[in-house]
Ligand binder design. Structure first.
Ligand code: SF4
Length: 372
């Protein structure tokens, strides 16, 4: 077992490109940081093989990440936890990994990320860590997260219309390379500003009938593109402006005491379709779908892991909302057996249907012909 921070090799599960700010945050522990190998089919296969069959798919991906990184030499794992089954991920995964014979230490960050709450646990790994030092890493990581979310939001909205193939990806890749080493909040902010200006200057060809689609649902399958078969990229390839609201920055901005006011607002925005909070991001899925419908969007994609209770609850409300208003909502449910080809085919058909509706001048909210 490690006796000083230098003996630790820390790792954590993947979720989109958030490993970049996560490395900044983890560097407060003054140990080696091992980013888990890139997600592949093998990651999922490992997770599925060693997980309870009916657990939701983020658990399986996370477990697959842990196994791959432990095999590569990690000996300190970090896992977060939230209000639903997510709250038990760390405990159950630790048990499974130990039963497989792995030896490691684990930091469990359950609930809202509150430095004061976790400080002693972090000092167990790095006894020299001061609260001030921890706060600096946290603030920098949070600012890098905001920059990442702002740039990727822009990419979702515009990259589908790029005039030169690959031009948006080139700027995005450079941004990702430069984000991790930003040493200060001011430099992370400046990088964000510079990158957004570069992206805005890229030539685009925007058709007059461009589709606007929102993507809502469970946070992991929304934010980890490998787990949703890159649906946002697939939409963009079909000339769709993609809007997504669930991001880590958004979650941080509603964490803590501000959370209940935010929930009340969401329930209000869900209108007649929800009276109570349905757990995790389920309420947000309904509220955002209704807001997008009222804002004249062409349709919504709802993504959820198979068996995810908060999103199963949201689905009933979303189906009613869709039926009452003839508003297109496409549901995707992911598990270890989900076929990528099936997802692509349904996505393609959905985009064709939205385009036909738009050309026929059908209004989502009224199902009436809209005068040109
Ligand atoms: S939100 Fe759904 S998928 Fe995510 S951990 Fe909770 S139950 Fe599982």
């Amino acid at each position: 077992m490690a006796t000083s921070s230098a003996d630790y090799r820390l790792s954590f599960p993947h979720m989109g490109n958030y490993h970049i700010p996560m490395c900044t945050l983890s560097s407060m522990l003054d140990c080696e940081i091992m980013v888990a190998p890139k997600m592949t089919r093998r990651t999922l296969e490992l997770g599925v093989r060693h997980s309870p069959e009916f657990v939701c798919i983020p658990f399986k991906y996370n477990l697959g990440n842990f196994i791959e990184t432990l095999d590569a030499g990690a000996n300190l794992l970090v896992q977060a936890g939230g209000g639903c089954r997510f709250g038990f991920y760390a405990e159950v995964q630790e048990e499974i990994l130990r039963s497989l014979g792995y030896e490691f230490d684990m930091i469990r960050l359950v609930g809202d990320f509150d430095l004061r709450k976790y400080y002693q646990d972090l000092r167990r790994i790095n006894p020299k860590l001061s609260f001030r030092g921890a706060l600096h890493h946290y603030r920098l990581a949070a600012r890098q997260t905001r920059a990442l979310d702002a740039v990727e939001d822009f990419m979702r909205k515009r990259s589908g219309f790029e005039a030169e193939p690959g031009s948006f990806d080139a700027v995005h890749e450079r941004f990702l390379r430069e984000l991790g080493p930003t040493p200060s909040i001011a430099e992370a902010a400046a990088l964000e500003e510079r990158t957004l200006a570069e992206l805005a200057a890229l030539p685009v060809e925007m058709p007059v009938d461009a589709l606007r689609v929102g993507v809502v649902g469970e946070l992991y399958v929304l934010m980890e593109p490998f787990s949703n078969f890159f649906v946002e990229r697939e939409l963009a390839k079909r000339g769709v402006e993609v809007h997504r609201f669930v991001t880590v920055s958004d979650m941080l901005s509603h964490a803590g005491p501000k959370g209940s006011a935010h929930l009340r607002e969401l329930i209000e925005d869900a209108g007649p379709y929800l009276k109570y909070h349905v757990g995790a991001h389920g309420t947000e899925s309904v509220a955002m779908t209704r807001r997008l419908m009222q804002a004249g969007f062409d349709g919504v994609l709802h993504l959820k892991p198979f068996g995810c209770m908060p999103e199963v609850n949201a689905m009933a409300a979303l189906q009613r909302l869709s039926r009452d208003n003839t508003f297109p909502v496409l549901f995707f449910s992911y598990d270890g057996q989900t076929s990528e080809t099936g997802v692509r085919t349904r996505l393609e058909a959905f985009c064709d249907m939205l385009r036909m509706r738009k050309r026929a001048g059908v209004s989502a909210a009224t199902n009436m012909e809209v005068p040109a």
